[in-house]
Design a protein around this ligand. Structure first.
Ligand SMILES: Nc1ncnc2c1ncn2[C@@H]1O[C@H](COP(=O)(O)OP(=O)(O)OP(=O)(O)O)[C@@H](O)[C@H]1O
Length: 655
């Protein structure tokens, strides 16, 4: 049972966390990373018996019986292979996502048999999956194939390496003065001298300007706390521009590729000298020109390396034809010299590009790249820091003496597969830890939000942000029926709408699917019915998002969506999968409805914070108030909707 008041202490920005030493941190984290890796491997396929392959396919980690339907080269020398189901229909539900590492094997090959190739998921469609390979697999692509999701070795290796660096005690190196501050052994220094700056973005609000100013004054660490929709990335961009103007060299990172690309795109108009590191298949097409590979190809050293490769090709031909031993020996010697020279030129080409850039952008794992070995930066910026594992942050942090972390520890933390690792603290983020350790001293919170009607925001502001976040006048009163083409009706006028499934005669109880995830078909029907009403009133389907905490409910909702063409463009996702996104209208299906009044992980405050704050103009909650009100936090949410919104009964939506 939760106690009254639990909420306020849980959400305060500064909790009394006692500092952890570097050694304690390293010995706590090293085994937890192993546990997480094991959990990821276990989630993929166990053995290759046809039964376990079927099970793995049901779990979503394997796609069976595929055929390779297309091969294209492009994307800086990568080969793009397209796979479709052998039957030519839709792919079954799966957990492959863009950028995952996958292997391709003959459909029935056992687990120890060699793979045909390993690549990176490049595009996903309903009926096919495109994978980028470094080389085209030599043969074996003609028969039936399977794709398996595999653990990304590099992620774990890079985190382990960061821990090794930390455990060695960073006596020297770019981060030697930063490490003691981040472990509470030395106080952070904030310059008292007022720093003036003239903003590049003239629209920055007062809280964004204050944050930039504070960031420029912090000598070691600065935390940019950005509640939903408050322009966290806008502020990060301004910080980068001000730092470049000061002459700083910056390493800008985030946990996900999409967040890194978002920064790259938003820096473009300012003509900053930047380079984006990363596998081309993981980058958005619009940022490919900034990719390291593309810039290296344009450099002089790369042209020289190319000439050397041509020369080597000619020599290799001669070697094949040569009969005389001495001639062969001489050619081999020359080839070795050329190979050394080619490697040197390649490396120089890379170093040149990195040296010339003011801002180097990569994911946290990408910061482990050998291409950055020996590079030091004046400042490391990590966006989405509250969604990144602390160990992952250290991969980048070891490269500079100062850091700026941007995020919101009151939204969802990183996803962790291993229950044990999570319980033992793998998921506690550096952002959260530092907010607890130093609080306001090194932190600024953005307080004007540009997304939500004020009624949607106020619940979150009160529960999580001490009532400090206010809606900007451009959004404070915007309504769904203000959108062009939308009719005013009982479905479109409420900003907050509660649809209650409690006490229904028809079946609105939850049940479990095969994977033990919870679903509620009756509630899903009501949710879909409301979305349909919105569309009938002129709301664009693509302006509607349906979100739910449970994966099984996502599948159930998607099945219902597939039956009605007008719903095609309604997005359906888990809450976790929708973090960082927004829609004009959001419908939340809460699922839980049971006589024991169990609410499971609905009670995770941060998940509900994310769910509600995805909505711009309307937030609709579909739930069994009898069940969910059993939890104090959710009870307050229901009461807020009852007080400030419209109430309707589920019976009005189902015949
Ligand atoms: N000072 C401002 N004036 C007007 N609009 C702004 C301002 N700052 C941010 N915005 C707008 O608010 C929206 C959110 O901004 P941004 O993408 O920077 O936010 P974020 O906090 O990173 O988002 P999220 O909540 O998804 O983390 C954008 O449409 C942006 O243009």
């Amino acid at each position: 049972m939760e106690r009254a008041g639990e909420n306020s202490s849980r959400h305060s920005t500064r909790s009394s966390s006692s500092p952890m030493s570097v050694d304690q941190f390293v010995s706590l984290m090293a085994p937890l990373i192993d546990l997480e890796k094991e959990a990821e491997i276990t989630a993929s396929i166990g053995s290759a018996s046809s039964k376990s392959l079927e099970v793995a396919q049901k779990r979503g980690s394997v796609l069976l019986n595929l055929k390779c339907t297309d091969a294209q080269t492009g994307l800086m020398g990568k080969v793009l292979l397209e796979f479709q189901s052998n039957k030519g229909d839709l792919l079954p539900a799966h957990k492959f996502s863009n950028h995952d590492v996958v292997i391709v094997k003959p459909n029935k090959a056992d687990s120890s048999s060699p793979l045909l190739g390993q690549g990176v998921v490049y595009r996903l469609k309903d009926s096919s999956i495109i994978v980028a390979f470094d080389d085209i697999p030599e043969d074996g692509l003609n028969g039936p194939l399977r794709l398996e999701k595999v653990a990304n070795e590099v992620t774990y290796r890079s985190m382990k390496n960061a821990l090794i660096q930390l455990s060695k005690g960073i006596q020297r190196g770019p981060a030697e003065d930063l490490v003691p501050v981040l472990f509470g052994e030395k106080p952070p220094v904030v310059s008292k001298k007022a720093t003036q700056f003239s903003p590049f973005n003239k629209n920055l609000d007062h809280s964004q300007r204050d944050a930039v100013l504070k960031s420029l004054s912090c000598k070691d660490v600065f935390l940019l706390h950005g509640p939903p929709g408050t322009g966290k990335t806008t502020t990060v961009i301004e910080i980068i521009l001000q730092e470049v103007k000061r002459g700083s060299k910056i390493l800008a990172c985030a946990a996900s590729n999409i967040a890194v690309d978002n920064i790259v795109e938003r820096l473009f108009p300012f003509r900053v000298k930047l380079v984006r590191l990363g596998h081309p298949a993981r980058l958005l097409p619009q940022v490919l020109e900034s990719a390291l590979d593309a810039q290296v190809l344009r450099g002089d050293n790369s042209a020289l390396a190319n000439d050397i490769r041509k020369e080597m090709k000619v020599l290799s031909g001669k070697l094949l034809k040569a009969k005389d031993r001495n001639t062969k020996r001489d050619i081999r010697k020359e080839l070795r010299t050329l190979a050394r020279e080619e490697r040197k030129r390649q490396q120089l080409a890379i170093t040149d590009v990195i040296k010339q850039a003011d801002v180097v952008l990569t994911t946290l794992t990408g910061a482990f790249s050998r291409k950055l070995e020996g590079s030091a930066f004046d400042l490391v910026i990590i966006d989405e820091a509250a969604q990144a594992l602390e160990v992952a942050c250290w991969i980048a942090l070891l490269k500079g003496p100062r850091c700026v972390l941007a995020g919101d520890h009151l939204q969802l933390p990183p996803t962790i597969q291993s229950v044990e690792a999570e319980r033992k603290g793998l998921g506690k983020t550096l952002f959260e830890r530092l907010a607890g350790l130093y609080g306001e001293e090194v932190m600024s919170m953005l307080t004007v939000q540009y997304r939500m009607h004020e009624l949607i925001m106020n619940w979150s502001s009160k529960e999580f942000y001490d009532n400090k976040v206010k809606a900007h006048s451009s959004v404070a009163a915007h309504m769904l029926h203000d959108v062009e083409g939308v009719k005013s009706s009982s479905s479109t006028t409420p900003t907050l709408l509660l649809i209650d499934t409690a006490g229904q005669v028809c079946d609105m109880d939850e049940k479990k699917d095969e994977e033990e995830s919870t679903m509620n078909e009756g509630e899903a029907a009501v949710t879909i019915a409301h979305a349909k009403q919105l569309i009938e009133c002129g709301v664009q389907a693509s302006d509607i998002g349906i979100i739910t905490p449970y994966a099984a409910q996502v599948t159930c909702l998607k099945m219902m969506r597939s039956k009605e063409n007008i719903l095609k463009d309604v997005e359906i996702s888990t809450v976790d999968g929708f973090q960082g996104r927004e829609k004009e209208a959001i419908v939340i299906s809460m699922v839980r409805s049971n006589s024991k009044k169990e609410v499971g992980f609905l009670s995770d405050h941060r998940r509900m914070n994310v769910a509600v704050t995805r909505a711009r103009r309307q937030c609709c909650l579909v739930c069994d108030t009898d069940t969910v009100s059993h939890n104090n936090f959710l009870k307050r949410l229901i009461e807020y909707f009852e007080e400030h919104g419209e109430y309707s009964s589920a019976s009005e939506y189902v015949s």
